[in-house]
Design a binder for this molecule. Structure first.
Ligand code: HEC
Length: 125
C-alpha cells in the first residue's frame, strides 16, 4: 500500500514537470515568433523615416502630418502593416510600403519602432 502511494506521487510529479517544460517550450517559441529584431528592423525602417519623420512626426518634404509610429505598441504596428498589406486598411502610400514587406520585415520594423521613444524621445540611439 505504501509503495503504491509512493509510485503515484512520483508519477504526479513527473506529470507536473512535463507540463511545466511544455509550457516553457511553448512560451519560448512564441516569444521568438512574436518579437522581431529591432536592429534588423532599423535598417529596413530607413525609408519609413522620410515620412514618419522623427522628431515631430511630420513628413520631411512636403510637410504633412503622418501618424506617430515611434514608441507605438508592437502588436498595433504589426496589425496596421498587415492591414495595409492585405488591403483591409486603405491608404495608397502605405499599401505600397507594406506590399513589399515580408512577415519578417513587419515583425522587425515593428520591433524597432516600438522600442523608439521609450528610452529616447528623439528616436536616436
Ligand atoms: C511616403 C510617405 C510614407 C512612407 C515612406 C511610409 N509611410 Fe507609413 N504612413 C504614411 C501616412 C500618410 C500614413 C497614414 C495613413 C492612413 O491614414 O491610414 C501612414 C501610416 C502608417 C502606419 C499606421 C499608423 C497608425 O497610427 O495607425 C504605420 C504602422 C506605418 N505607416 C508604418 C510605416 C513603415 C513601417 C514604413 C516603412 C516601411 C512607412 N510607414 C513608410 C506615410 C508614409
Amino acid at each position: 500500500m505504501r509503495a503504491c502511494l509512493a509510485t503515484k506521487h512520483t508519477e504526479n510529479n513527473m506529470r507536473i514537470i512535463i507540463a511545466a517544460s511544455l509550457l516553457l517550450f511553448a512560451g519560448t517559441s512564441f516569444a521568438q515568433q512574436s518579437e522581431g529584431d529591432p536592429q534588423t528592423g532599423k535598417v529596413r525602417a530607413y525609408t519609413c523615416a522620410g515620412c514618419h519623420g522623427i522628431p515631430d512626426y511630420n513628413n520631411v518634404y512636403p510637410t504633412y502630418r503622418v501618424p506617430k509610429v515611434a514608441g507605438q505598441n508592437y502588436l498595433y504596428l504589426v496589425n496596421a502593416l498587415n492591414a495595409y498589406k492585405d488591403g483591409t486598411r486603405k491608404h495608397p502610400t502605405m499599401q505600397v510600403q507594406a506590399a513589399s514587406m515580408t512577415e519578417e520585415d513587419i515583425a522587425n520594423v515593428a520591433a524597432y519602432f516600438s522600442t523608439l521613444g521609450t528610452t529616447n524621445s528623439q528616436g536616436q540611439d
